[in-house]
Design a protein around this ligand. Structure first.
Ligand SMILES: [Zn+2]
Length: 422
């Protein structure tokens, strides 16, 4: 194909070369790995299915002549070379999923990135900077905490020593699982270069775009969040013989604590998000008073001051409730992420790309956390959202339309191309 010259015609040619059907086929093929009976995906990070997913991506990329590499955290990178050895423009997302996840969360951003570099290739465009597509390890954070491990490590916010003690819910160590995956998919070592910019495409995972009948969300911020792990300790006792006055029932304490936390976090404006998504009762016998109860807290808000104010009251709120049941508490804050403001220049570039393509769009904040919020610490970053049906995500029925997936890829192509030529 003839080489195009000039920024505008090149962008038009790349956008025109986006192949929505190819992108859709790849999304459906990727979703076969870890497919669930209800049409979703169960692809735990650093599992054999995670390796299969990364291998499939690597195969597609190498078939097109793109360089594939991996770093010490198992982050996988697909690179389309640039004219100069300048810092790359990066895009990407993740291939791991929640246990009852959908086909699009994460996989969309990775495969839209691959579609963009293929389209730029198909259009015969040479870019000044290389363009790299990343598949970040353990974005989801359900098997190992904290989530976004791969992007946290890439952006020097966490080191391997800190991850040494991290285990999944079955006691498997992060380091052991990582080592197995790296051995199963040997690849050249990535250079760890700091990108000149990062733009991630993702499904919205919320209902706002669909409700407003818009195709593109121009994401200007991500709300802040904290994750906690709470262990309440009482005493195992016989369910038939132990008087209530003598019990130290860890589950009753946990129920009281969760109710008190719910009241603490209650927000009439419905902006604050508070979730207890996991509760483990031990020993877990129907006729034993539970002696130990572990639960997680996920709390989020766009305003750091609100998170800090509520976070400061978490330990005492739980301790008061537990004390009423004679139990002791260990409350550990596992992660704190400040709200992220994306770079105004990247946000403007995404907005201009959507406008230029005549796609209806709006600026919005992301309710969910993403790898992009960590990349924002080392380079100008931003995100592109497309709608998902009823806003449902982290759910096997999660769905997006082929047309919206293609539209998001076109916005990504126009944005990345502009950044890759600067
Ligand atoms: Zn995701």
């Amino acid at each position: 194909m003839a080489k195009t010259s000039g920024a505008r015609p090149a962008a038009d040619a790349a956008v025109a070369a986006i192949d929505g059907e190819r992108l859709w086929r790849r999304l459906m093929s990727m979703a076969e790995i870890g497919a669930t009976a209800k049409g979703g995906v169960n692809r735990p990070t650093l599992s054999p299915d995670d390796v299969r997913a990364k291998r499939l991506l690597a195969d597609w990329a190498r078939a097109r002549g793109f360089a594939v590499s991996q770093d010490a955290l198992g982050n996988l990178f697909v690179r389309r070379a640039g004219r100069e050895g300048a810092a790359p423009v990066m895009t990407g997302s993740h291939l791991d999923s929640q246990p009852t996840g959908g086909k699009f969360d994460g996989a969309y951003g990775v495969l839209a990135g691959l579609e963009v570099i293929e389209a730029i290739d198909d259009a015969g465009i040479e870019t000044r900077r290389p363009i790299e597509v990343a598949a970040w390890t353990n974005e989801e954070g359900w098997r190992f905490q904290p989530g976004c491990t791969g992007s946290l490590h890439y952006t020097r916010q966490i080191d391997l020593a800190r991850l040494a003690g991290v285990r999944d819910w079955n006691g498997v160590g992060f380091a052991a699982a990582l080592e197995e995956c790296l051995a199963a998919l040997p690849l050249p070592v990535h250079d760890g270069a700091i990108p000149s910019a990062y733009v991630e495409a993702h499904i919205e995972q919320g209902p706002r775009l669909e409700a407003a009948a818009l195709t593109i969300g121009v994401v200007d911020a991500v709300q802040g969040s904290e994750k906690w792990l709470v262990t309440i300790t009482g005493e195992d006792a016989h369910a038939g013989t132990t008087p209530h006055a003598l019990r130290r029932d860890a589950l009753q304490a946990a129920v009281a604590a969760i109710a008190a936390l719910g009241a603490l976090m209650a927000d009439p404006a419905d902006v604050m998000r508070f979730t207890v998504g996991r509760l483990v009762v031990e020993p877990g016998s129907p006729n034993v008073v539970p002696g130990r109860c572990t639960f997680t807290i996920d709390m989020r808000h766009p305003d750091l001051a609100v998170i800090d104010r509520l976070s400061a009251r978490v330990p005492e709120t739980i301790a008061d409730a537990a004390a009423r049941h004679g139990c002791s508490v260990e409350a550990k804050r596992l992660a704190h992420v400040d709200p992220t403001r994306f770079d105004p220049g990247i946000v403007a570039a995404v907005r201009a790309a959507a406008s230029g393509l005549g796609l209806p769009h709006m600026d919005m904040i992301s309710g969910a956390g993403h790898d992009a919020m960590h990349l924002a610490k080392i380079c100008p970053s931003g995100m592109i959202f497309i709608p998902c049906a009823r806003g449902v995500s982290h759910n096997e029925t999660e769905s997006a339309t082929a047309a919206d997936c293609a539209a998001g890829a076109r916005v990504l192509a126009a944005t990345l191309l502009k950044l890759a030529q600067s």
